[in-house]
Design a protein. Sequence first.
Length: 317
Amino acid sequence: MPAIEVRQLCKRYGTNTAVDDLTFHVGDGEVYALLGENGAGKTTTVELLEGFRPATAGEVRVLGVDPATGGRDFRDRIGIVLQSSGVESEFTVREVIELYGSSYRRRRPVDELVELVGLEDKVDDRVGSLSGGQRRRIDLALGIVGYPDLLFLDEPTTGFDPSARRRFWELIEALSGQGTTVLLTTHYLDEAEHLADRVGVLAAGRLIAEGTPDDLKALAGGTAISFMAPEQMPTAAAVATFAELLGAEPRVSGRLVEVTVERPTAAVHRLAGWALDAGVELESLTVGRASLEDVYLGLTGSAHGVAAGPTRNEEAP
């Protein structure tokens, strides 16, 4: 039986549809990443799965039960890391973990937990004295204090430095290896590509693509080329110049130019010839397989302009 099973799920607020006929499943022990732009319906979906919002229509089963009526036994088997939390700033890290841990029948020892999340040297410091990234680690600690069978992670590494993110990835991989199912939302595409067994992409509350990271990257086809445009080159000029030169519409962000082409050898030859003739150096030139980010931008770019519903940080009726 899947850890999560969703069939034709809908959530409406008046005339606004936040989740629209959504169907997917997450296997037992799987890491599933739910991706989408702000307002795509990710957080509303997660809240429905956690039992914090009632569905308008459709069916949800999480760990075999309806999360809206699962009760204490259901709560005892899940862990939740919200986008932000209101952990009491006057408590020490140890006190917060002991307080929240008391809600679970089984709980990890404090010393084991702070070592897992990298707060062993802060365990007796007050929460209010910690940095934003360190407070985020407390959120993670509280999410796994009860040995959850299913862990919900909503933008879990916001505020983490690169070292902390890598350590978090290792922790999630270890938990998954021990059989914990993970549902992850993130805006870091490399995080999803690294951690997820499968990825679902939401737009306007609908699932527009799903598969393993490799499956989704295969949708893009072609080869990705990226480089830095010459300084002072206007964005409009860069788009026009490189679209004509490479035969494909580029994405330009600041000086960064990214484009996916079908014939990379010929495209790079034309690009290098143009740069030599212009007397410019193409900084950070890379050629490689299309990334999950390339696929994601292509999918969500085609879905612009469709309204979506409120998230945890937006007011809902």
